[in-house]
Design a protein around this ligand. Structure first.
Ligand code: PMP
Length: 425
């Protein structure tokens, strides 16, 4: 019996079934873009722990920073006895996020917690209840963020009732909107029409959107969609909130996906890639909004934990030193050109090193989750960690660490191409 099989056996008797795993190989260690399991098998990592380890596994700067910090102090609670690294992370977030206006940040533990706090702030500032979200959106698994998330199975199934005052409007989804010929501004007008008719402009606290949707299928909205929504929000007294939890920190080829069209959100939520694998999340936004909340209104025991903050500062340094935005663009070009050359039935899309294939049945837009799962299974069997996503379960997504070498990228792509050939027609 393999070491992984023994661990899996223990897991089945100890860990709740509701917590799934993509593979039943158990990890021993990782370095850069590879992971080694407890049986000594090496994997190329095209998942990055769901877009988290953008600086790679065991980045030397992150390891040193974490070790140094944990030996000094692991926790005081910033709300009890503050420390410099929390302030430094906020300073950097304020400088790096889109918009040159004055900003403030607050730190939390998880993406869902950051989104919840962005909604709290937007409601507090506007005195309004409604939050507008989009088809295919994913914002988390807590009660409020389940309501904000679109997909019922597995995220919401039998977990209701959900938080009120959440309204879902149509997304710009060029691959599927194409038949309507909807460009970005027209798709925004369609969404705004629903907001005005069904919610009422005066009731909207926040328009909350992932600038490139993650779990929903790596959906890149048509140009003009995000700017039109941001402008509508500003003109109607609502906050425009960008959830950059999956897209942030160089993943899309820039610090944030909103930079692409020069969109300046009022609030930005971040997590995942921010701290090289340590749990950390943030809300960053216009100073007048962030400072509007009374002292004590935001916080939490572990939010901005000093070890996570030390990891974040080291992560941001690595991103700057290695220019991981440029690396993301290079990786994206390799992935999309090699996938594009295969003539797959569906669409290859994404931005930077956030690349996906949406599989459909030939000559149609009918989702093909069967092939998607088969490709993912073949990759996992052959030593490549990949993930699927999409409302219809028919999207294969690739999120390699941005430090992946050319040779590792080529090896990963070769495994994927074999899987695609083996599952064709
Ligand atoms: N927002 C987005 C866009 C995400 O991709 C995720 C996680 N996949 C979340 C929120 C929730 O983050 P977490 O799992 O850290 O709560």
């Amino acid at each position: 019996m393999s070491e992984s099989a023994k661990l899996h056996d223990r897991r089945l008797r100890a860990v709740a079934q509701g917590v799934g795993s993509v593979t039943s190989s158990y990890v021993s260690h990782g370095r850069g873009a590879t992971v080694v399991d407890v049986d000594g098998r090496e994997w190329i990592d095209f998942a990055s722990g769901i877009a988290v380890t953008s600086v790679g596994h065991a980045d030397p700067r992150v390891v040193a920073a974490v070790q140094e910090q944990v030996a000094r102090f692991a926790h005081t609670c910033f709300m009890v006895a503050p420390y410099e690294s929390y302030v430094a992370v906020c300073e950097q977030l304020n400088a790096l996020t889109p918009g040159t206006f004055e900003k403030r940040s607050a730190l939390f533990n998880s993406g869902a917690e950051a989104v919840e706090n962005a909604v709290k702030i937007a409601r507090h500032v506007t005195g309004r209840p409604a939050v507008v979200v989009f088809d295919h959106a994913y914002h988390g698994r807590t009660n409020l963020t389940m309501a904000l998330t679109s997909k019922a199975m597995p995220y919401k199934h039998r977990f209701g009732p959900f938080a009120p005052e959440v309204y879902r409007v149509p997304m710009s989804y060029p691959f599927r909107d194409g038949l309507d010929g909807l460009d970005g501004p027209a798709a925004a007008a369609r969404a705004i029409d629903v907001i005005c008719k069904q919610v009422g402009a005066d009731n909207v606290a926040a328009v909350l959107i992932e600038p490139v949707q993650g779990e929903g299928g790596f959906i890149v909205p048509a140009p003009g969609f995000l700017p039109a929504l941001a402008e509508w929000a500003r003109g109607n007294g609502a906050l425009f909130v960008a959830d950059e939890i999956q897209t942030g920190f160089c993943r899309t080829g820039d610090w944030f996906a909103c930079h692409d069209e020069g969109v300046e959100p009022d609030l930005v939520t971040t997590a995942k890639g921010i701290a090289g694998g340590m749990p950390l999340a943030a809300v960053t936004g216009r100073a007048e909004y962030m400072d509007a909340v009374h002292p004590g209104g935001l916080g939490g025991t572990y939010g901005g934990n000093p070890v996570a903050c030390a990891a974040a500062l080291a992560t941001l340094e690595t991103m700057r030193v290695l220019d991981l935005s440029a690396a993301a663009r290079r990786i994206g070009t390799v992935l999309t050109s090699r996938l594009g050359a295969l003539g797959l039935s569906g669409e290859v899309r994404g931005r930077g090193a956030m690349v996906a294939v949406e599989f459909v049945l030939p000559g149609s837009l009918v989702p093909d989750p069967g092939r998607t799962q088969a490709v993912a299974r073949a990759c996992l069997r052959d030593g490549l960690l990949v993930l699927t996503c999409g409302t219809y379960g028919n999207v294969l997504r690739l999120l390699p660490p941005l430090v992946i070498t050319d040779a590792q990228l080529a090896r990963g792509m070769a495994i994927l191409e074999d899987a695609l050939r083996a599952t064709a027609g």
